[in-house]
Design a protein around this ligand. Structure first.
Ligand SMILES: Cc1cc2nc3c(=O)[nH]c(=O)nc-3n(C[C@H](O)[C@H](O)[C@H](O)COP(=O)(O)OP(=O)(O)OC[C@H]3O[C@@H](n4cnc5c(N)ncnc54)[C@H](O)[C@@H]3O)c2cc1C
Length: 603
């Protein structure tokens, strides 16, 4: 189909601005009847929606493992080369997720609840900005680069959902983690070698700044309280204090676009057509940038079966359609907010929400219902000037332990518990680095407390049937009071750490406050309410589980009640990993590639 060129020309400038795109969409594109003569017919073996963490791994694995196929990758954002290379700079990682061009610009819903501590008090959490990468590499191009997998236990919980889920037990997941990883630790010992991979395309390394004054001060302060040292959070045990490893290579961020997508793009072959003198098929991955997928195209001749045959997308002011070849699949890798949105726009989701938005229900499933997150609160302290290395990526030390459900300071047993549920990540800042944009007047430390196993569960739902409209993101933080008390327990621990030498003695560290309204009860009143609210790890919204247990995809990540349609990204996690979510998502994509390859070869 071709759009009226004058409309496109007129709006060309506006197409870099999200609000304008939405307006343009409503005025010119929404009316499908106006464009019923769409003619473009593109056919691919696989259509991957989203070139994020999962999409990049999947594209690379499929193109190298299945002969003679071609793949279309549709990415709503652009290549990761703009912003003067900002995304590559580890020390700018706390800036890169604020660059509007790379971000979907989501804002969470306001949340109101009565206080668990003082039920007469109503608490209001305003909506806050919720970064998600809209760029090659997706959120791996703007994240903080911490390499953390979580614990064997939770993957075994994934596998415990039924005999067929055994393909997700720790042994299978560890194989996938190792396949993706290329760890460059110097002189790794035998235990390290057992748990790590050295030939994958995702580069992982120790902190490039080494261990320097204030950072080692923080580690010593934690050790003073009896917290054991841990030199590998992805090894035998996860508890303790130590340095993280990072997805960095040669001083530059290694996103999954760097590691995987660029490698996939190297594979280009001309596969001869079977007909004499026939044109060959180009066997390659075709990445189309600024291509926003609107919905799935279904085979209308077999309505009952919900057979996905392609996708509709919006690119350069034109609606296009792309189709899959026989044996092909549509694979959604849009991440935990967008994959459920695309499913719902395509008629797969909770009946009430679809009907409320005039979307025909094809298959009723609890899409968007299991929104899992790691709530974060932040405690801030001043320190002596210039204690931070200017090349630091801001988050280098981790402290993992079991938090106390009654809100007490964790004790020695909690520090040695091998299933920690809490993660403190340091953030060092100085005016030059300006960690949160607000503490620009002093040098200091932020300890970011993250609840790794929250009991509260959120949900997301459509706000409208407009694919450019944001879905409503309801996080339901601290709905269950044990989450709040574990957070309070950990903030109290942070306070004790900050009082310890050498932080208090050598670096003159002094607490300023807890940036969390919900943490007020354990402060001494001297606090600020800014920035408490950041959180970065949404997952679970397209849950992998039996259909009777609120699953949306089965153990092979196929959407229930449909054909030729899978979801492969952080949205399929049935339970949230105890740690960060980039490595687990890449692992899921690698496992999924093996399942897809098996199914392709069998079909
Ligand atoms: C600020 C921040 C810091 C973080 N820090 C860490 C960290 O230190 N360590 C860690 O392990 N994890 C971290 N994470 C989380 C981690 O990066 C993500 O969980 C992970 O990248 C998710 O991968 P994904 O494939 O599910 O989604 P994404 O990587 O978000 O990929 C989805 C892709 O799909 C595209 N897309 C979506 N909808 C459409 C559509 N309709 N049409 C076309 N394309 C579409 C998007 O533009 C995007 O490129 C952080 C996250 C944030 C936001």
């Amino acid at each position: 189909m071709s759009q009226n060129p004058s409309i496109i020309e007129k709006h060309q400038e506006d197409l870099t601005n999200d609000a304008k795109i939405r307006e343009f969409w409503i005025k010119n594109v929404c009316d499908h009847n106006k464009h019923s003569n769409i003619k473009t017919k593109e056919i691919y073996d696989f259509i991957i929606v989203g070139a994020g963490t999962a999409g990049c791994v999947l594209a690379r694995e499929l193109i190298y493992c299945i002969p003679n196929i071609n793949i279309l990758v549709l990415e709503a954002g652009g290549p990761d080369v703009s912003s003067n290379g900002l995304v590559y700079l580890p020390c700018a990682s706390f800036k890169s997720f604020e660059v509007r061009d790379h971000d979907w610009g989501y804002i969470t819903q306001e949340q109101r609840k009565s206080s668990s501590v003082d039920p007469t008090k109503e608490l209001v959490m305003e909506g806050f900005s919720y970064p998600r990468g809209k760029i090659w590499g997706g959120t791996s191009s703007l994240n903080t680069m911490v390499y953390m997998r979580g614990q064997a236990k939770e993957y075994n919980d994934w596998a415990a959902q039924g005999p067929e889920y055994k393909i997700w037990d720790w042994d299978h997941c560890l194989e996938a983690f190792k396949a993706v990883e290329n760890n460059s630790r110097e002189k790794p010992d035998e235990t390290f070698k057992k748990f790590h991979g050295f030939n994958g395309l995702l580069h992982v390394q120790d902190s490039q700044t080494g261990i320097y004054d204030v950072m080692s001060g923080l580690i010593d302060a934690a050790k003073n309280l009896g917290i054991p040292h841990n030199d590998d959070f992805n090894g035998e045990r996860q508890n303790g204090v130590g340095k993280f490893q990072f997805t960095i290579k040669d001083g530059k961020r290694c996103s999954l676009a760097d590691g995987y997508l660029r490698d996939a793009l190297k594979k280009v072959e001309l596969h001869p057509d079977s007909k004499p003198n026939g044109f060959g098929k180009v066997v390659a991955v075709n990445v189309r940038s600024f291509a926003h997928v609107l919905d799935i195209i279904w085979d209308e001749e077999n309505k009952e079966e919900n057979i996905a045959i392609g996708v509709r997308y919006f690119c350069n002011g034109v609606i296009r359609e792309a189709f899959i070849a026989p044996k092909g699949e549509v694979i959604l890798c849009g991440g935990a907010i967008n994959s459920p949105q695309i499913l719902m726009l395509s008629g797969i989701g909770p009946k009430e929400n679809l009907k409320a938005n005039n979307i025909k229900v094809r298959k009723e499933l609890p899409v968007g219902r299991n929104l899992l997150e790691h709530p974060l609160c932040c405690i801030v302290a001043k320190s002596t000037p210039n204690a931070i290395h200017h090349w630091s990526n801001g988050a280098e030390v981790g402290i993992l332990f079991k938090a106390n459900v009654k809100g007490n300071i964790p004790c020695k047993e909690d520090f040695f518990d091998e299933n920690p549920d809490f993660q403190i990540t340091d953030g060092f800042f100085d005016p030059a680095i300006d960690l949160f944009n607000k503490h620009d007047k002093f040098h200091g430390i932020a300890l970011v407390c993250g609840l790794n196993v929250p009991s509260s569960v959120g949900y997301l739902e459509l706000n409208s049937s407009n694919p450019f409209d944001q879905p409503r993101i309801n996080l339901n933080y601290f709905e269950k009071s044990d989450d709040l008390y574990r957070m309070i327990s950990s903030l109290k621990l942070c306070r004790e750490i900050l009082k310890q030498p050498p932080l208090s003695t050598v670096y003159d560290v002094k607490e300023i406050g807890i940036n969390d309204e919900f943490g007020q009860w354990c402060t001494n009143g001297d606090m600020s309410d800014e920035d408490w609210e950041r959180s970065f790890h949404p997952c679970g919204t397209v849950k992998m589980a039996p259909e009777t247990k609120d699953g949306v995809v089965d153990h092979r990540l196929r959407v229930y009640g449909t054909k030729n349609l899978r979801v492969v990204d952080a949205s399929i996690f049935p339970y949230i990993p105890r740690g960060n979510t980039n490595a687990p998502t890449a692992m899921v994509a690698w496992r999924a590639s093996r399942l897809i390859i098996e199914d392709y070869k069998l079909s």
